[in-house]
Ligand binder design. Structure first.
Ligand SMILES: Cc1cc2nc3c(=O)[nH]c(=O)nc-3n(C[C@H](O)[C@H](O)[C@H](O)COP(=O)(O)OP(=O)(O)OC[C@H]3O[C@@H](n4cnc5c(N)ncnc54)[C@H](O)[C@@H]3O)c2cc1C
Length: 447
């Protein structure tokens, strides 16, 4: 194998796959880099689909960062769309494209197959009008079906369910959200999630908590959601009960799966098989707060994993350190951010925790229109090490959650957060930033 003719096959043209492919091609312009993508799009943004449904994003093409032609012509990457990799062996892939099966050989394989929505075996789940969202085709189909729907069920109160619900309300739909747990947003603590629930209810979402869906009824098309507590008429249903790593191909290759059931990778994104890398939502990584293996399928990490794998394939030596579980979303006016461990998660992992929740304003008291913000901090009792934060409010959540996210990998303490030299000016924050106030109260508790 000579570097000039290195044959790299990437399976999956999402964020992580295209990032890996682009990186290899940039560093090794002569490499033969092929990307196989099952859907009709590469380099697209699934994260924008809820906003496409609600009309915030005007059209599907706006969710495509770069076109197939851009990658072919400007980056020299041999992109194949509507090309599904059906099988893989130690030096080849079998691709179904254009009604034919073709074999391509590789020197290096990158699995970037992403995650797929969980579809529990609920009777009736196969009915027309029970939808999941994964790729742009799903978004286009959902948008079309929404035109003929008034009452829409959303099963699952995670961030995708939340974003879909908000956008359906924006369209004037009646939204019924079903969550089998006692509160929505399982990565938030109960008290923080309750704040989010109030926002949903205020905007007219009919919230059914602790209510497990047991059946979907209807003729050909879904017309009823049946739960343990009742039966509800609907015209359409979005299933958003979580995702699983798409390991079908990895399993065919005999790759080791990690304890999270995603593909085991080392810090260079190498798998258990030589010359095979896994990146993005299909790959397991390390949680930098717990030091344990973890799987947190989100876009920023996917892009960086692709960058790391691509760099290493091209002969560099770069590590992907891991994640801390930082995420942000919004429900109507309310911004919702979280990073690290929630109090409930930390307790489940046997940490001796101390936490604090404070409510504050986002601007100096004399500056017009300050907004409400709530900060929850979680720390380890003995050491005072920060374990996580949750912030909800009507502005300024991103900066605050990112501040804690940046501190977490370094083992920062509550005191470190208190003394962090955060920016201040009246339109942006009070002179005692809500984060700093929370840290101060927590320091008192720790002592
Ligand atoms: C509705 C929605 C909203 C989201 N919002 C956010 C957000 O706000 N913030 C955030 O951080 N993350 C968000 N995410 C998650 C984010 O989209 C993913 O983390 C990111 O797309 C992962 O990139 P990836 O390349 O690993 O996987 P994907 O983007 O899923 O790409 C994988 C690709 O592989 C293809 N593929 C799979 N198997 C094969 C095969 N055998 N042959 C050929 N092709 C194959 C698939 O068709 C797919 O296009 C959201 C996801 C969804 C669905």
């Amino acid at each position: 194998m000579t570097v000039g003719t290195l044959r790299v096959v990437v399976v999956g043209g999402g964020a992580s796959g295209m990032s890996a492919a682009s990186r290899v091609k940039r560093l090794l312009p002569k490499a033969d880099v092929k990307v196989f993508e099952r859907s009709g799009f590469v380099s697209y943004a699934p994260c924008g689909i809820p906003y496409l449904l609600g009309g915030v994003v005007g059209s599907l093409d706006k969710l495509v960062h770069y076109s197939v032609d851009f990658f072919r012509e400007r980056r020299g990457i041999d992109v194949h769309v509507h090309a599904s990799v059906e099988d893989a062996g130690k030096d080849y892939v079998e691709v179904s494209e254009g009604g034919r099966s073709k074999r391509y050989d590789w020197d290096v394989l990158v699995l970037a197959t992403g995650a797929r929505p969980v579809v529990p075996p609920i009777p009736g789940v196969e009915l027309e009008g029970v939808l999941t969202l994964r790729n742009l085709e799903d978004g286009a189909k959902a948008k079309e079906m929404l035109a003929r729907a008034e009452r829409v069920g959303v099963v699952g109160g995670g961030y995708i369910g939340l974003e879909v619900a908000e956008n359906l309300v924006r369209l004037g739909k009646k939204v019924l959200m079903f969550e089998m747990l006692p509160h929505i947003m399982p990565t938030l603590d109960h008290d923080v999630a309750k704040r989010v629930e109030r926002e949903l209810v205020e905007y007219g979402v009919e919230l059914h908590l602790s209510e497990k869906v047991v059946e979907f009824g209807g003729g050909e098309r879904v017309s009823r959601v049946v739960t343990e507590k009742g039966s509800y008429d609907v015209d359409l249903v979005f299933m958003a009960v979580g995702v699983r790593p798409d390991t079908a191909l990895a399993e065919r290759l005999g790759l080791k799966l990690g304890e999270t059931r995603a593909v085991w990778t080392d810090s260079r994104m190498r798998t258990s098989l030589e010359n095979v890398y896994a990146v993005g939502d299909v790959a397991e990584t390390v949680n930098l707060v717990t030091g344990k293996r973890d799987w947190i399928p989100l876009a920023p990490a996917a892009n960086k994993m692709g960058f790391v794998a691509g760099s290493n394939i091209a002969g560099m030596d770069i590590e992907f350190p891991g994640v801390v579980g930082t995420a942000i979303t919004k429900a109507f006016g309310l911004e919702i951010g979280r990073t690290g461990l929630s109090e409930a998660q930390a307790k489940r992992l046997d940490y001796d925790v101390v936490s604090v929740s404070i409510s504050a304003k986002t601007r100096a008291g004399y500056y017009p229109e300050p907004k409400a913000i709530k900060v929850k901090l979680v720390a380890e009792a003995e050491s005072g090490r920060l374990l996580g934060a949750q912030v909800v409010g009507y502005e300024g959540v991103l900066a605050r959650i990112n501040t804690v996210a940046a501190l977490l990998p370094w083992g920062a303490t509550v005191r470190d957060l208190f003394f962090a030299d955060l920016a201040y000016a009246p339109p942006f924050a009070p002179v005692w930033d809500p984060l700093v106030v929370a840290a101060r109260v927590l320091m008192k508790k720790l002592h």
